[in-house]
Design a protein around this ligand. Structure first.
Ligand code: 4AD
Length: 466
């Protein structure tokens, strides 16, 4: 077989060498009949390929053929690497290929619903281009999602999904190193797992069933099964009618659950080390991706402390109060007050990543452990990035009688969760854990405005396609 090179690995060190690449034709420009420039893209990286008519090397026919290739067609290029004196506009790689052979592997349709090169520009660039009178079609989010396989070809979108892969991999590796075991929990369930949020109902062999709205109950049952420390990476289904920038009907849940020896802060300690380590890793290993993302969606790097700030809910309410925002001290914070608190925390402590704990019991799910010193509060926490929630976690009730009374108090029929409650009758340790939304982590780390940008094929109340 021939030796193939990736576009991303084309550097000045390859000067004068002959390389063979395969990619998509991004832009083709003829200069008279004797010359053509062709930008080839592969996984978000682009290189400029030059065809110049020369006897025995490149024919005029070859130039004509090249200029007739439709955008996004798959092509093979063989040629010699040269280093132009000036930086190349619009290509990520700063070397050029002097084309010797060109072959079209598979043609793309001549009319495309999205021009990838245009779709890769930032809003500001698009504004400027339109002002300058450039011919440009602004593609809205729906069009982008309808033709997602074109939209995700932009360097920024390629970067987003590479980042996301790093996040879930880091979660896995970190917990494996801390003696956790990865388990899988059923996504087909008989009853609801959280209560509250709406579920997708389905028929399970003539029996009513639903899609799991979290692995919550089963991960706790795994703790009852003596696994000690478990985690799950898998889809979570929410039928809620929230058509917002941060809710999906299907997302990837990164869940963990662990025995607690003395205090629920042990769970927050894991959050702290896991996320500080993760942010460090992203900043170190994903510089190219972050740069590409920033070009299309400009953002400032996340500010976080070496030791994650922990505030109690009461302290948060107090900070809001001092800033003139009145909130119910025993209610939940709404999106706006969460954002405001995020800003106040940034001003006061210089971090955009922090933990808020000891929430009022009334606003937490039935399985949450009340605070032993004050039952109006609970051993629970939420974690925020840039003022938006990415994690919720808590110590759980491991005493079956208390669990029953808490469920009843929350309006849940205990009969529907009897196998779960019974699990605690046969010997169960104190335990706690948390759940993270993968898409939200990437969205907020990069300060993206919409969670649909971090889901490859998003599912929301209005979208089940593609
Ligand atoms: O806050 P949630 O609903 O908590 C649970 O599922 C608990 N069982 C977790 C636990 O262990 N106590 O969801 C956890 C996280 C949220 O913080 C958020 O990041 C994400 O999942 N999330 C969503 N992401 C996208 N779309 C939605 N509709 C989401 N709902 C929650």
């Amino acid at each position: 077989g021939r030796v193939w090179t990736t576009v991303s690995s084309l550097t000045e060190e390859l000067k004068d060498q002959t390389v063979l690449i395969r990619g998509r034709a991004q832009a083709i420009r003829a200069v008279g009949k004797k010359m053509a420039f062709l930008t080839v893209r592969e996984r978000g990286y682009t290189v400029q390929c030059v065809l110049t008519v020369a006897p025995e090397v490149v024919s005029a026919q070859m130039v004509k053929f090249a200029t007739g290739i439709s955008k996004e067609s798959f092509i093979d290029i063989e040629g010699v690497i040269t280093v132009p004196p000036e930086a190349i506009k619009g290509a990520s790689q700063q070397v050029e290929i002097q084309v010797r052979k060109i072959h079209c592997v598979n043609r793309a349709a001549t009319v495309l619903p999205i021009n990838v090169e245009d779709a890769a520009r930032s809003e500001v660039e698009i504004e400027k281009a339109l002002e300058a009178g450039e011919q440009l079609v602004r593609v809205n989010q729906d069009t982008r999602l309808n033709y997602r396989i074109l939209d995700v070809r932009t360097p920024a979108n390629q970067g987003i999904f590479r980042l996301e892969c790093q996040v879930s991999n880091f979660f896995r590796q970190f917990l494996l190193n801390e003696d956790f075991i990865e388990i899988n929990t059923p996504k087909l369930t008989a009853g609801t797992s959280e209560g509250g949020a709406a579920v997708f109902k389905l028929e399970y062999k003539k029996q009513p069933a639903c899609l799991a709205q979290s692995p919550q109950l089963h991960k706790q049952m795994a703790i009852c099964g003596d696994f000690g420390r478990v985690f799950i990476v898998g889809p979570v289904f929410r039928a809620e009618d929230s058509y917002t920038h941060r809710h999906l009907c299907e997302f990837i849940g990164l869940d963990m659950e662990m025995e607690i020896k003395e205090h629920y802060s042990e769970v927050m300690d894991v959050v702290d080390r896991l996320f500080v380590g993760m942010f460090d890793r992203l900043n170190e290993r994903c510089q190219k991706e972050l740069e590409a993302i920033g070009k299309q969606y400009p953002f400032k790097p996340l500010k976080y402390l070496r030791k994650t700030l922990r505030l109690t809910f009461e302290e948060g309410v107090q900070m809001l109060k001092e800033a003139g925002v009145e909130v119910d001290p025993f209610g939940d914070l709404n999106t706006e007050s969460e954002r405001t608190l995020g800003k106040l925390v940034l001003e006061k402590y210089g971090t955009e990543f922090y933990i808020l704990h000891r929430y009022p019991l009334a606003v937490r799910p039935f399985y949450t452990m009340p605070c032993p010193d004050n039952e109006a509060y609970s051993n629970s926490f939420d974690v925020f990035i840039r003022g938006e929630e990415i994690i919720s976690g808590a110590q759980r009730v491991h005493i079956p009688e208390l669990l029953e009374s808490r469920a009843t108090a929350c309006g849940i029929d205990v009969k529907t969760i009897s196998s779960y409650v019974d699990s605690f009758r046969y010997g169960a340790p104190p335990h706690g854990g948390f759940g993270v939304g993968l898409e939200r982590v990437v969205m907020l780390f990069c300060a993206l405005d919409n969670i649909r940008k971090t889901s490859l094929f998003p599912r929301d109340p209005r979208r089940l396609e593609p």
